[in-house]
Design a binder for this molecule. Structure first.
Ligand SMILES: Cc1ncc(COP(=O)(O)O)c(C=O)c1O
Length: 423
């Protein structure tokens, strides 16, 4: 029996959903015996040696009767494996692209909405929409626009959890709003990979991921993914044809690396998310004095470190504490994601803080096994300059907390020096 989503859990599918591809093409026969998939680098593939078995292009249905790869802008062994695994864990047919933004571009090229209702979120997505505006005249309207402003074929674009704060949006609410007007819900689920949330359960029509983040998971590849909902099977075919002509396919090496990475997706993401929840909880207690009675006075000193420096904290786990957000634990039943953000008291503190950390790399991006921190003003000119974004990795959470403690101590010392200098 082939592993499938009805009989196997996500962690099993990540390791076995591509098992049925362990066969050679019909032209060669037999079984591939490699346990670790081979890396195929060819751009072109030999046709069948038997002239009787050649299927002419005019008789070839790309989606049903092809038994071989032809040219790597169409399919390759590595991307086919990757798409088999992603389709099984994402709950719809998946297509891979050369990057997250090329997937977003492909989505809007195919859907061609007249209006896109969108909030803030990743600035690159807005860059894609301004190119689309040049091409098609599409306009952006606010996320909280009245439903009446949407027409059939328009799109509500939701990024959840949301870059850079890691806060979440209620998908079902926006799905209902879009569908009430014949519009579609497109979800950028980069911050909530499979295992943390399934946007199709909450009405999404098309799901996009920057696979560069959690699917890759090791900060060493670019990847974009689109998944059409099972109700939009026809979109899959259209997107597939568009991708062949746009040429925005994933490279062989990157696809092979992503298959390698997906084997551990669940282990990585659940641990990273649990680590983030713990760090956010620790910071929140420090901001609100509630750990003051802890043992050995350590918690009290944490309060004196955190409270004067951290002025705001953002993460879906904090939103989930509010009873009016009862939808959130339903949408994200296994954790609230490894990314969160905070404000330090001044932009100058936010500029210095990342350099005081030892374990966290000061770098943009997220989703890798290593923890990253970013003074967000480095890559987003629209953002509050006090904002620092964290992407939590798989390290021991107590080591990460100790690292943040150490950095806050250095910030405190720097701040005192500044105050002394001003006297
Ligand atoms: C939410 C979100 N969407 C899309 C992208 C773009 O992905 P890529 O860098 O793979 O093009 C990013 C990149 O950071 C992102 O954070």
């Amino acid at each position: 029996m082939s592993p499938n989503a009805d009989s196997h859990s996500q962690s099993t599918l990540c390791v076995h959903a591509d098992d049925p591809l362990n066969t050679l093409p019909a032209s060669a026969d037999g079984e591939i015996t490699d346990v670790a998939p081979a890396l195929h680098v060819s751009t072109t593939y030999r046709f069948n040696k038997d002239p009787e078995k050649l299927v002419e292009a005019k008789d070839c249905d790309l989606f049903t009767n092809r038994d071989t790869h032809i040219y790597s802008r169409e399919t390759t062994p590595n991307t086919t494996r990757l798409e088999a695994i992603l389709s099984s864990i994402c709950g719809g047919r998946a297509l891979c692209y050369s990057s997250g933004l090329s997937a977003t571009f492909a989505a809007y090229t195919y859907l061609k909405p007249k209006k896109v209702s969108i909030g803030g979120g990743y600035h690159g997505t807005h860059g894609v929409l301004s190119i689309q505006h040049r091409l098609t005249g599409v306009t952006k309207i606010p996320l909280d626009c009245p439903a009446e402003d949407l027409s059939p074929g328009d799109v509500i674009h939701i990024e959840t959890p949301f870059n850079p704060t890691g806060e979440a949006y209620d998908l079902q609410y926006y799905a209902d709003k879009a569908h009430s007007r014949g519009a579609f819900l497109v979800v950028d689920s980069t911050f909530g990979p499979p295992g943390l949330q399934d946007p199709f359960k909450h009405g999404a029509d098309l799901v996009m991921h920057s696979g560069t983040k959690y699917f890759g998971g090791h900060s060493d590849l670019l990847c974009g993914v689109l998944v059409a909902s099972p109700q939009r099977e026809d979109w899959f075919k259209g997107l597939w044809m568009d991708r062949m002509d746009l040429g925005s396919v994933m490279g062989n090496m990157e696809s092979w690396l992503t298959v390698r990475s997906l084997r551990t997706l669940e282990l990585r993401v659940t641990r990273q998310s649990r680590n983030a929840d713990k760090i956010v909880d620790w910071l929140d207690k420090g901001m609100n004095d509630s750990s003051i009675d802890d043992d050995e006075g350590k918690a009290a000193s944490d309060v004196s470190l955190i409270k004067p420096h951290v002025t705001k904290l953002y993460h879906a786990s904090l939103q989930a504490r509010d009873p009016s957000n009862a939808w959130l634990p339903i949408q994200m039943p296994n954790g609230y994601g490894p990314v969160f953000a905070l404000h330090l008291a001044t932009p100058e503190m936010a500029r210095r803080f990342p350099s005081y950390l030892e374990l966290f790399h000061h770098a943009t991006s997220l989703g890798g096994v290593e923890s990253l921190v970013e003074w967000r003003a480095m890559s987003d000119e629209t953002i509050d300059r006090r904002l620092v974004r964290f992407s939590i990795g798989v390290e021991d959470v107590e080591d990460l907390i100790e690292d943040i403690r150490g950095a806050l101590r250095k910030l405190e010392a720097w701040n005192k020096e500044q105050e002394r200098g001003q006297k």
